[in-house]
Design a protein around this ligand. Sequence first.
Ligand SMILES: [Zn+2]
Length: 299
Amino acid sequence: MIQITNFTASSKIAKKYNIKTHKLIIVKSSNLKSKMTYEGVLAKMQTEFGNPIQYYLIFENSFLNVNQLLNKEIEISFVGYQCLNCNKKKKIFRQGFCYDCFYSSPAVGDWIMRPELSTAHLGIADRDLDYETKVQLQPHVVYLALSSDVKVGVTRKTQVPTRWIDQGACEAVSIVEVPNRYLAGITEVVLKNHFVDKTNWRKMLQNEVLTLDLLAEKTRIFEYLPEEVKPYFNADLNEHFILNYPVLQHPKKVTGLNLDKTNHFKGKLIGIKGQYLIFEDGTVFNIRSFEGYVVSMDV
Ligand SMILES: [Zn+2]
């Protein structure tokens, strides 16, 4: 059986098989070894909306289409740290950033997690007004997503449907599209009284999802909206996203892999959902939690 994959060919294998393109042909045969080692800094997987969704791990000189690794054994080893912001080999504090970067970079200000704290629309800086103006003063969407329960959330319009994929939502609908992050934030604040704003990752991975009509939920939301947001509600905009993940089998029990405690892990990949790799033994690896960690992966 010959399978063309998106692995970037190592020069040795490329030479052996006379491969001149960036595609590596893996010949599955008992006397041929097709293991390859990738090493690099983890950053969240890039995704492509499709049926199923496609996932990519991007390293400095190579990339991996993770879907191709389903049903295969993967080895993950912790190598070190590299801050996604300053590139220094410093211990990661949060969100892929070292301590100093986390408390100085405008990319991780409080308004990221709490959009209602955005102030660029008033011309007021948090850490860097230029950066904040660029990110905050652009169309934002407040949405309802079904990942386990119905969840309310905020995202930049350009991040639709990426944001939903990252959360492992099975379905999502936009509620309002507003011109800046602040308006989206105050909408989310009031809707948090009616919906959760966190994903239950265990239920999401186990596919314990509520059955519910998201569009019906949307219609009952209008009365809760802040007055200044009501004009942006469009009841006729009923685009309903359905998201299908490459999961061969949903785990019954899940245990998170923690690279700080377990430096080495080996397991058979049986699914990818949200930013999680799901393994046959119930281990799940949240790539997002280990951004900035340098790992080697044998696949
Ligand atoms: Zn740093």
